[in-house]
Design a protein around this ligand. Structure first.
Ligand code: APR
Length: 228
């Protein structure tokens, strides 16, 4: 079965109403990365960090997957599909995609600050100071902060190497190591990048750049690949 590997970023969820990070009006215009998404921030101002992620989590309960997320599910009719997402939302899961690897963690999960293997599902939006793991330590958001290792990157590299087709959707390709995954795809394999503001990438062979919003570009590409 032909294997399609898909790397998604904040842009795929934009039309669901989730803000991206680096677009104008994006999250990093309103917040400073080092104040809300770094180990130093957590050490110095945990209240602000908790509040930032609580607001993101609260919003997640108010949004729905969009046609781009649903179109990717349809690809499973004919292909072996693996999604690698930088997003911490659960919109791929809710749309119904089967194989999803989260590179930067998951908003609806929290974890222990003394044992990173103690990960819990949070069934409500608010993580509070004083919420503790079974070993008695404060729980933190289960997200990868700037300056932290990306535990799933080796797996993501291995998966990317097996791709017959690679599709990148809605990411500025600014954040490594995720942005480097496209370099693991063999030169002769077709690659697609769907992003209305995609840069002119010239170093990657067999790359088709589709400058459209995900809600339009993804269903069109999926229909083309399914031969519809
Ligand atoms: N459809 C497709 N792409 C879109 C849309 C849309 N409707 N709207 C915006 N985009 C594109 C933008 O053009 C931009 O290239 O989505 C991309 C979003 O880029 P970023 O905001 O940088 O998000 P992302 O690449 O996912 O960020 C990577 O940075 O801050 C961290 O951990 C965070 O996982 C995140 C990582």
């Amino acid at each position: 079965m032909t294997k399609i590997v898909i790397l998604t970023g904040a842009g795929i969820s934009a039309e669901s109403g989730v803000k991206t990070f680096r677009d104008s009006n994006g999250l990093w215009e309103k917040y400073r990365i080092e104040e809300v998404a770094s180990p130093v921030a957590w050490a110095q101002n945990p209240d602000m960090v908790l509040e930032f992620y609580n607001q993101r989590r609260k919003q997640l309960y108010e949004v729905e997957p969009n046609p781009a997320h649903y179109a990717l599910v349809k690809l499973e009719e004919k292909f072996d599909v693996q999604i690698i997402t930088q997003n911490v939302d659960d919109l791929h899961e809710r749309a119904g995609s089967k194989n999803i690897l989260h590179l930067h963690g998951e908003l609806k999960k929290v974890r222990s600050t003394v044992d990173e293997n103690l990960v819990y599902e949070l069934d409500h939006w608010e993580l509070k100071k004083g919420d503790k793991c079974e070993k008695g330590s404060q729980l933190r958001p289960h997200v990868v902060w700037f300056g932290e290792p990306v535990p799933n990157i080796t797996k993501a590299m291995q998966i990317s190497q097996t791709a017959d087709i690679f599709i990148v959707i809605g990411t500025s390709l600014n954040v490594y190591p995720a942005a480097g995954l496209i370099n693991y795809i063999a030169a002769n394999k077709p690659k697609y990048l769907i992003d209305p503001n995609a840069a002119n990438i010239q170093m990657i062979s067999n790359l088709n750049i589709i400058r459209k919003k995900a809600g339009e570009g993804v269903p069109e590409l999926v229909d083309e690949l399914l031969g519809k």
